[in-house]
Design a protein around this ligand. Structure first.
Ligand code: PLP
Length: 372
């Protein structure tokens, strides 16, 4: 029998979250961002839930091929563009759109022999300082691209560094506005946080209208600005459940310690459970005593250190509620319990000093996954 651990991908929640994005950006087309294997969910597993999007955006050409192989005939976008000249051949063959963020990528396009002109998204560095042309060099890049017979249409794109936080997007929006004034082309500026938090602002609405938002984390039911607002407060549903079963229990007495390094000491009699999930499954080792977890849908906490193959959980809340608990009972590390109770991946991430993105991307290959 395989280890009792399972990840479940929820198609209905993907549908729901996509509708939530559409409500936040009603006049925009939606890129469903499926990079990093659909944020760890599996591209093939999320396809059904996200095929209502207007396009799929990713980083890897191989991931774009996988979406085409699923039968998708609509737009695909490489968010970082191509990594070497010969990548352009596959873009031509499969009709894949690509970002252009540097002069080398324009050189490659200029030298590319193709019957099919390409659709490109010209990336501006409006303050994030990762990829993109600076505002001063943006127009020259646009002019070069628009003179190329290999290019059919140019869209204008930038990315925000602080859409999820107090600094906000106004400073970058001003830079983008100024540098793209009177340039034609569809715009794409908003990630999940910008879509949810700033989608109602007049200028953002105007830019989104007829343009594209790039929705990633929101589709996967995690709040981009947790804990300021939770996924539930944003009306999002968890798209991934990580569940396991109890392998056993231990009745502790006062002074007994739990696990490696004796990180936890019982202050009195305490029943704990041992669940079949550890850091080799992608559960964060930095999750300390107190990290939330559900046992039979009842919220409780981790006690002691996360091991490679196991975690230990406090069963007191079940005992107090008179709920029998033991071997084989359901433990929900994040997502939906069988009784419908939820534990947000963001709560677990926060306890481990990280974000929901990292946890969902890190679910290990040894964890079996089903679509439910
Ligand atoms: C990953 C990514 C997104 C999606 O970001 P979320 O915060 O997950 O919505 C959007 N745009 C670009 C360029 C990205 O790389």
């Amino acid at each position: 029998m395989p280890r009792p651990i399972l990840a479940t991908i929820h198609t209905d929640a993907l549908h729901h979250n996509l509708a939530r994005v559409r409500a936040a950006a009603p006049d925009a087309k939606v890129w469903a961002v499926v990079k990093a294997n659909a944020y760890g969910h599996g591209i093939e597993r999320v396809y059904e839930g996200l095929r209502g999007a207007d396009g799929f955006a990713m980083i890897d050409l191989a991931e774009a091929e996988r979406v085409r192989a699923l039968g998708w005939r609509g737009p695909l976008l490489l968010l970082e563009g191509v990594f070497e000249p010969r990548d352009l051949e596959l873009c031509s063959r499969l009709g894949i759109w690509h970002a252009v963020h540097c002069d080398e990528q324009i050189d490659w396009l200029a030298a590319h022999k193709t019957q099919v002109p390409h659709r490109v998204f010209l990336k501006m560095n409006s303050g994030m300082n990762r990829l993109g042309f600076t505002p001063a060099r943006y127009r020259a890049a646009w002019a070069r691209l628009s003179a190329l017979p290999q290019v059919e249409e140019i869209s204008l794109m930038t990315h925000f560094s602080d859409a999820d936080g107090p600094r906000g997007i106004a400073h970058q929006l001003a830079v983008f506005r100024e540098a793209t004034r009177d340039l034609p082309g569809e715009r794409s500026i908003s990630n999940s946080a910008a879509t949810l938090r700033h989608g109602g602002e007049a200028e953002v609405r105007g830019i989104n209208e007829g343009g594209w938002v790039r929705a990633g984390i929101v589709l996967y039911g995690s709040a981009p600005d947790h804990p300021e607002r939770t996924a539930a407060q944003w009306g999002l549903e968890p798209t991934m459940t990580l569940s396991a079963k109890l392998l056993g229990t231990q009745q502790l007495q006062r002074g007994d310690t739990v696990g490696y390094g004796s990180r936890f000491t019982a202050e009195g009699p305490l029943l704990i459970g041992v669940a079949a999930c550890g850091y080799a499954d992608g559960y964060p080792r930095h999750a300390d005593t107190g990290t939330p977890v559900l046992v039979k849908g009842v919220r409780t906490r981790l006690v002691g250190r996360v091991s490679m193959d196991m975690v230990t959980v406090d069963l007191t809340p079940l005992q107090q509620a008179g709920i029998p608990v033991g071997m084989g009972d359901e433990v929900t590390l994040w997502g939906r319990a069988s009784d419908g109770t939820w534990l947000s991946i963001d709560d677990v991430a926060q306890a481990a000093g990280t974000v929901g993105y990292e946890l969902m991307c890190a679910v290990a290959p040894r964890v079996p996954v089903v679509v439910g």
